[in-house]
Write a protein that binds this ligand. Structure first.
Ligand SMILES: C[C@H](O)[C@H](O)[C@H]1CNC2=NC(N)=NC(=O)C2=N1
Length: 100
């Protein structure tokens, strides 16, 4: 488990590899849009499975056909490698859910 937040430069460097992601209110954030409400909901369930596997959890906001994800590492009080690990895994499943 990480013991300290990443530096601003480390975060900026990592964000270059994650198009669509940004830092918003001190959390790693991404919004996804889906075909319809059911697709958005199915994506949330899949993300929840990954979060349980990683024991690392984001705030997920489900809209009609959108999902907003925002995450930081509570135990450290900032953005860490665990947050980017989750972001990488979520990016890996998004295309299969038809996310844009
Ligand atoms: C006890 C449990 O392992 C911890 O509370 C985990 C759970 N999920 C977590 N998720 C996030 N985002 N940050 C944490 O520090 C964290 N800690």
């Amino acid at each position: 488990m990480p013991t300290q937040p990443l530096s601003q430069k480390e975060i900026e460097d990592r964000l270059r590899e994650l198009p669509g992601w940004s830092v918003h209110e001190d959390r790693l954030a991404r919004n996804y849009r889906f075909e319809d409400h059911f697709a958005a909901t199915a994506f949330v369930i899949h993300v929840a499975q990954i979060q349980q596997e990683l024991n690392h959890h984001s705030d997920l906001t489900l809209g009609y056909d959108t999902v907003a994800l925002a995450v930081s590492t509570h135990s450290v009080g900032g953005i860490t490698e665990k947050d980017f690990e989750l972001a990488d895994r979520v990016e890996g499943i998004a295309p299969g859910h038809g996310a844009s």
